[in-house]
Design a protein around this ligand. Structure first.
Ligand code: NAD
Ligand code: TYD
Length: 347
């Protein structure tokens, strides 16, 4: 099979490719990525020269580029990760979210519809639990929960989910969707809560906790998410949606406390030194209180459940950031961005 992976140089896409390229030499994986600030080809160093892996620079919001990629690579499957993914950026600059997440998904669906005939192909759409909006203190998101997105990010993902389902109902395009809770693990860009706190704590900088730190997220180790997506690609039913979650609800302040304690142990520093960096800052506008997933459907129908506990996953993540100084420094000092500008100028 030829599998077109959009956004494969980002956090989850790179983890997905690093897991699956070596495991499946019988499939070819084509990574189509625009290489925005959130991407890093260094994240794919281990598979860059694998015979079943190819990289192509594509902006999914550019219809001609998407058409050209489909014509050149003739994929059997699309696994669609590419997106603008950070809620805070969607508040300060929503336009790119509409462009990439909505128009980009539309372009991919159009190219797939043109390319695949008579039930051929599979379009796997990777989405988020944030489309369901905020929970109160009780209850869980199921696949039937009403959409009620709060941020421009979640609204753009909700729109893309609707387009994917509409292409299935109207044009019979074979699609599958997964809506997952917050991921953490290696290769995550340090604007998201967990890597941001790891970097700041290492540098002795303030650890900015929004509001009272009482918002709850359901954390899932990124490799568990990747395994779930692959399970759905292989064995999920066409036209269906599967919620993916870690069964692991934690308040933000408890995440930060846990991180400080693990980091202190791993760095041989007193925990109080790191805990003292916690600073409460102005809350995010429209900040969803709580996300929590009911993952019964994927567990019962496809046999998937998470392997990593939050404790082991956090420790692995902290170790990864401490052990990968080159990756971290490149991401932080802009060296990688300069490299992209020089190497991809005009392409
Ligand atoms: P990320 O921001 O780390 O990576 C996004 C990737 O998409 C980058 O490599 C970027 O270059 C690429 N991209 C952005 N715009 C593009 C464009 N116009 N054309 C081509 N490529 C483009 O994101 P992530 O955290 O890896 O998330 C991947 C997907 O998973 C997203 O669709 C996101 O909505 C979804 N998701 C993320 C989480 C999470 O916790 N991170 C949870 C659930 C779902
Ligand atoms: P984030 O990693 O941005 O993911 P999302 O907003 O998609 O859930 O944030 C996770 C939680 O952490 C969210 O409730 C906002 C909070 N947060 C902070 O308290 N401080 C920060 O610096 C960041 C980035 C997030």
């Amino acid at each position: 099979m030829k599998i077109l992976v959009t956004g494969g140089a980002g956090f989850i896409g790179a983890n997905f490719l690093n897991l699956l390229v070596p495991r499946h030499p019988e499939h070819t994986f084509v990574n189509a990525d625009k290489l925005t600030y959130a991407a890093n080809l260094g994240s794919l160093a281990e598979i860059a020269t694998a015979p079943n892996y190819l990289f192509t620079r594509v902006d999914i919001a550019d219809m001609a580029a998407v058409d050209a990629a489909f014509d050149e690579h003739a994929p059997d499957v699309v696994v669609h990760f590419a997106a603008e993914s950070h809620v805070d950026r969607s508040i300060s600059g929503p336009r790119e979210f509409v462009r990439t997440n909505i128009e980009g998904t539309f372009n991919l669906l159009e190219a797939a519809r043109r390319t695949w005939k008579d039930g051929q192909g599979l379009f796997h759409h990777v989405s988020t639990d944030e489309v369901y909006g905020s929970l109160g203190t009780e209850g869980l998101f199921t696949e039937d929960t009403r959409y009620d997105p709060s941020s421009p990010y979640s609204a753009s993902k909700a729109a893309s989910d609707h387009l994917v389902r509409a292409y299935h109902r109207t044009f019979k395009l074979p699609v599958k969707l997964t809506n997952c809770s917050n991921n953490y693990g290696p290769l995550q860009f340090p604007e998201k809560l967990i890597p941001l706190m790891i970097m700041n704590a290492q540098d002795g900088k303030p650890l900015p906790v929004y509001g009272q730190g009482t918002n709850v997220r359901d954390w899932l180790y990124v490799e568990d998410h990747c395994e779930a997506i692959w399970t759905v690609v292989q064995r999920g039913a066409v036209g269906e949606t599967y919620n993916i979650g870690g069964n692991n609800e934690v308040k933000n302040i408890d995440v930060v406390h846990g991180l400080c304690n693990v980091l202190a142990q791993e760095m041989g520093r007193p925990p109080a030194e790191l805990l003292g960096l916690i600073t409460y800052v102005k809350d995010r506008p429209g900040h969803d209180l709580r996300y929590a997933i009911d993952a019964t459907k994927i567990k019962e129908q496809l046999g998937w459940s998470p392997r990593e506990t939050f404790e082991t996953g956090l420790r692995k993540t902290v170790r990864w950031y401490l052990d990968h100084k080159v990756w971290v420094d490149q991401v932080r000092n802009g060296e990688y961005r300069n490299w992209i500008e020089q190497n991809y100028a005009g392409r």
